[in-house]
Design a protein around this ligand. Structure first.
Ligand SMILES: NCc1[nH]cc(CCC(=O)O)c1CC(=O)O
Length: 299
């Protein structure tokens, strides 16, 4: 694996004046705009291939207005990073509503509380345009709404943003391994995402989801989580001819850090072994909270 195959997910919190630790993810922080800029420069110097940004707004509402507000924290951060490192790295933005909604779902809701797929697509389209205008090179629609890739692609094309790369969270499982992430973005979710994310017991569905996303215009397809889903990574790699990404998620990170802190595992060897496994399964790109550390060791 080469350092540039690694992508660093980063959190930026509106109103933060200094980085705030995330209790369940030692070593990962909610950045202030200032610390985000510095960490981005460090990551680029370490040789990582890209940065995936998540925003934590001060206020959340039913429609997740922070997503497409040009002054929303994620868009502000994208503009700042575009100016700072935009020519030196690939800037990626999480295109989802859950960080911005007061109910914590990845979409807007119908009056009876279900996720409204098609109304959500319009919100993603608005968010996509805001993120691209702010300087994102790659958008990662992560909400698992049906038709989201085609809808976002059409919205971008209509405004002549024809070079934007869509990294589709194509095979995204309803996983308990996202637990620490929900602390990281202070998610207000109660309930679960089983109506739009995949059942961990279902392997073949991933191939259908991936084929649909590619037909809709995805440039890169992603499997998530990584370690428990290496069979899916391999099947997807063998089935498609676009780059395949895998997301080593918050729970995978927290699990190893906790075991290492307890003296139960050799931290660095285990980290490198997990990354080698994901690579061996066929991932061309790996999103990991260890991206900077691993990139330094790979050089
Ligand atoms: N915006 C949705 C999103 N994008 C990335 C993650 C999880 C990432 C991780 O656990 O590291 C999630 C959370 C979810 O689907 O509940």
């Amino acid at each position: 694996m080469e350092p540039r195959q690694l992508v660093l997910p980063m959190f930026v919190a509106e109103g933060a004046t200094e980085p705030r630790p995330i209790a369940s993810m030692p070593g990962v922080v909610q950045h202030s705009l200032d610390s985000l800029r510095k960490a981005a420069v460090d990551a680029v110097e370490a040789g990582v291939g890209g940065l995936m940004l998540f925003g934590v707004p001060l206020e959340k509402d039913a429609t997740g207005s922070g997503l497409d507000d040009p002054d929303g924290i994620l868009n502000v951060a994208l503009r700042e990073l575009a100016a700072e490192v935009g020519d030196a790295t690939v800037l990626m933005a999480d295109l989802c509503l859950d960080e911005f909604t007061d109910h914590g779902h990845c979409g807007v809701l119908t009056p009876n509380g279900a996720v409204d797929n098609d109304a959500t697509l319009e919100r993603y389209a608005a968010g996509a345009l805001a993120q691209v205008r702010a300087g994102a090179h790659v958008l990662g629609p992560s909400g698992m709404m049906d038709g989201q890739i085609a809808y976002v692609r059409r919205a971008l094309d209509a405004e002549d943003f024809t070079d934007t790369v869509l990294l589709a969270y194509a095979a995204k499982y309803a996983s308990a391994f996202y637990g620490p992430f929900r602390d990281a973005v202070q998610s207000s979710l109660t309930g679960d995402r089983k109506s739009y994310q995949q059942d961990p017991r279902n392997g073949r569905e991933s191939l259908r989801e991936v084929a649909l996303d590619i037909a809709e215009g995805a440039d890169i397809v992603m499997v998530k989580p990584a370690l428990g889903y290496l069979d899916v990574v391999r099947q997807v790699r063998d089935a498609v001819d676009v780059p395949v990404a895998a997301y080593q998620v918050s729970g995978e990170y927290a699990m190893v850090e906790a075991a290492a802190a307890a003296g139960v595992l050799e931290r660095e060897r285990v980290i490198d072994e997990t990354l080698a496994s994901i690579r061996r399964a066929g991932a061309d790109i790996v999103l990991t909270y260890w991206a900077v550390e691993a990139a330094r060791r790979l050089r």
